[in-house]
Design a protein around this ligand. Structure first.
Ligand code: B4P
Length: 193
């Protein structure tokens, strides 16, 4: 089990659980949100471009995100596997990732879908706003990010569900309990049939 996606609404715990999967299973994590934030902090050209969209709760345009992911997936440390956190989020990104994987002769082993209700997500992100100071954690922007999840990223999940690769995980509860569910979901997919 080496090639995974972590998909879920903003605040569902994608980043939190991806970090745990990475450190426990030794799989390299790639978070598009983190890559953008590093670029914003370093004031690179990519960061200046991405910031406009992130601060408004919008998706960074596909052509920018896709080429960034392509470059990352061609690096040596991910040739044996990766967990992609927060990508793909649009149908166009699914097509693009399919293209990269097919060029590489690879396929996905599992898509983890982390669930939580919108009220819980808003509560978590507003709490994070008080501790982390992320510029996209204010109520209006959070609502926009949730809208985009429901209108665009749910279609992404539907496409992977059609391929039977989606494992659904309840993201509500103690972080350790959610992680136990994640490990269980991964091992269930990995089990010999
Ligand atoms: P992300 O960084 O992916 O931001 P996010 O969706 O809010 O998720 P994040 O991983 O940070 O939060 P998590 O759910 O772990 O994206 C940010 C922006 O980048 C996007 O809005 C977009 O502009 C851009 N972007 C990224 N990828 C893109 C793409 N593919 N295409 C286009 N644009 C893209 O955790 C949230 C909070 O909940 C944390 O405070 C955490 O401590 C807490 N939490 C986690 N688990 C919990 C639990 N079980 N109980 C209680 N709290 C919990």
């Amino acid at each position: 089990m080496t090639r995974m996606l972590m998909i879920g609404p903003p605040g569902s715990g994608k980043g939190t659980q991806t970090e745990r999967i990475s450190s426990t299973l030794g799989i390299v994590a790639i978070s598009t949100g983190d890559i953008f934030r590093h670029n914003v902090a370093a004031a690179t050209r990519l960061g200046r471009e991405a910031k406009k969209y992130m601060d408004a709760g919008e998706f960074v345009p596909d052509h920018v995100t896709n080429s960034m992911v392509r470059n990352r997936l061609n690096e040596a440390d991910v040739q044996d596997g990766f967990i992609l956190d927060g990508y793909p989020r649009t149908s166009g990104q699914v097509d693009y990732l399919d293209g990269i994987l097919s060029e590489q002769g690879n396929s996905l082993d599992v898509v983890l879908r982390l669930d939580a209700a919108d009220d819980e997500l808003v509560r978590r992100l507003l709490l994070r706003a008080t501790t982390d100071g992320r510029t996209d954690d204010n109520e209006a922007v959070i609502r926009r990010r949730l809208d985009l999840f429901h209108t665009q990223t749910e279609q992404v999940i539907a496409r992977y569900s059609g391929r039977r690769t989606v494992a659904r995980v309840n993201g509500v509860g103690d972080v350790d309990d959610v992680f136990d569910r994640v490990l269980h979901a991964i091992s269930a997919v990995d089990a010999p049939v």
